[in-house]
Design a protein around this ligand. Structure first.
Ligand SMILES: NC(=O)c1ccc[n+]([C@@H]2O[C@H](COP(=O)([O-])OP(=O)(O)OC[C@H]3O[C@@H](n4cnc5c(N)ncnc54)[C@H](O)[C@@H]3O)[C@@H](O)[C@H]2O)c1
Length: 434
């Protein structure tokens, strides 16, 4: 099967490499020439466990290639995925300009039947806009070429993207065409041997499913953060409360970890976009408005603890920050809570020295000389008045606390993830959420 994927970002690259691994011939396309040139030379644009091996192996086998030429790729493509970014526009809605640019190029160049599948996260009605855009271009050219539209939202998690793609809980496909359904069934057939299901539905429901899934997960995070903050006030321990409620099978324990708020390229923008959709349709999603407001507040909780501890006397203090990516397993810093914290620290006159196992280059690109970059975790804490544990990388789990306490000016640890047992922190003062 010949597949092309427009957009070689997190989703496009992982999907392309995985489809190639399953035997398809895949061309990943992007407008970013440097990214494509890098990939053609085996250089990965992102850090994702296992991805480099998968890409190199499939390139070598001739099943995976990279190009900037979308128009020229249409001739031998049976299914074209749109996996370009849909960042938030000024008003919170999803910016569809990249998606519709791909649709226009398709309409301008299509010569034979094509199934166009939206994999980007797009609001209800967007796939219809893709259809209209392609049809409009074909009409302008006076061409009567058949094509179909489908929606196949992606549910992978950064940091476990390959595992998620290869062994998904479910694959959701929205389509109104028998031919599209047959093609998508054939595409996912190699994965049907494992136990997941392909769930077919109409296009609007598939588009909504993706937003509803992310909104539910974001809601759980804001919920447990509110409970954690309340636990702190009333003298309860949120880690025990979490165990107590998570063991109820109706509730489950996933996405119930208190922390410094959710970030990343998806939850914040998808919650915003769904709020906007609600307002546009006269059906406000007030629950999600609260989820968003709680999250904005939560991103400032760690700084608040630091400020309270030193009674607002912060100027000139040194802060160490462990963990910059928005979660472990990725170098993605989009909307990361670490960015809010660092900005608050800098604004209050602190010096900031950071560490992250994989996101240091990304941090240098974003923050430049405004902060200091540590060689290792011990280097990061030398002379520090506070250590913030922001992203729960495994390598932070068992450091030498005695050494850390002796290197710091004042041994204050603010544990944003609640992973350290206070009893196992000799000589440290530990504050945590909940
Ligand atoms: N990152 C995730 O974990 C994740 C998970 C599920 C769904 N999604 C959704 O998938 C979509 C893509 O997300 P991402 O994180 O992969 O984005 P990304 O920013 O990592 O990559 C998008 C890519 O599209 C390219 N692009 C832009 N316009 C183009 C065009 N006209 N033709 C070809 N390429 C073009 C960009 O250069 C970029 O490389 C978004 O809608 C996102 O919400 C992301």
């Amino acid at each position: 099967m010949n597949i092309s994927i427009a957009g070689t970002g997190y989703v496009g690259l992982v999907s392309g490499a995985c489809f190639a691994e399953l035997g398809a011939t895949v061309r990943c396309i992007d407008t970013d020439q440097a990214k494509i040139a890098g990939l053609n030379n085996g250089i990965m644009p992102i850090y994702e466990p296992g991805l480099a091996d998968l890409v190199h192996r499939n390139m070598k086998a001739g099943r995976l290639s990279f190009s900037t030429d979308l128009a020229g790729s249409l001739g031998d493509t049976e299914i074209l995925f749109i996996a370009v970014g849909t960042p938030p526009a000024e008003d919170g809605s999803a910016d569809l300009s990249h998606v519709l640019a791909v649709a226009r190029t398709i309409g301008e160049n299509l010569e034979k039947y094509l199934l166009v599948v939206t994999k980007s996260t797009v609001p209800v009605g967007s796939s219809e806009l893709v259809r209209e855009t392609i049809a409009g271009e074909l009409k302008r050219r006076g061409k009567a070429i058949g094509f179909d539209i489908a929606s196949n939202p992606e549910f992978l998690k950064e940091g476990a993207a390959i595992e998620d793609f290869m062994k998904p809980d479910r694959v959701v496909v929205g389509t109104d065409s028998g031919r599209a359904r047959e093609l998508m069934t054939r595409l996912y057939a190699p994965m049907q041997l494992s136990s997941f299901r392909v769930i077919f539905m109409d296009i609007a429901s598939a588009e909504m499913t993706k937003y509803a899934a992310n909104a539910m997960l974001a809601t759980r995070i804001s919920f447990i953060n509110e409970i954690a903050n309340l636990c702190e006030k009333v003298g309860a321990d949120v880690s025990l409360v979490r165990k107590g409620i998570g063991s109820d099978t109706r509730i489950g324990s996933k996405f119930l970890y208190p922390g410094p708020g959710f970030g990343g390229s998806c939850f914040p923008k998808d919650v915003k976009a769904l709020i906007k959709t609600g307002r546009d349709h006269g059906s406000p999603v007030t629950l999600l408005e609260s989820v968003e407001a709680i999250n904005e507040r939560q991103k400032r909780v760690l700084f608040g603890k630091f400020s309270d501890y030193y009674r607002g006397d912060l100027s000139g203090r040194r802060a160490a920050v462990w963990g910059l990516s928005y979660k472990p397993g990725t170098d993605d810093m989009r909307e990361a809570p670490s960015l809010t914290l660092i900005s608050q620290l800098l604004q209050s006159g602190c010096t900031v020295r950071v560490h992250d196992p994989v996101a240091m280059d990304e941090a240098r690109r974003r923050l430049g000389p405004a902060i200091e970059y540590a060689a290792d975790i011990y280097d990061s804490v030398t002379g520090a008045d506070v250590l913030f544990h922001v992203t729960e990388w495994k390598e932070y789990r068992m450091p030498d606390w005695q050494k850390i306490g002796s290197l710091m000016k004042h041994p204050l640890l603010i544990d944003g993830r609640g992973v350290f047992d206070r009893a196992g922190l000799p000589g440290m003062v530990c504050l945590r959420i909940g």
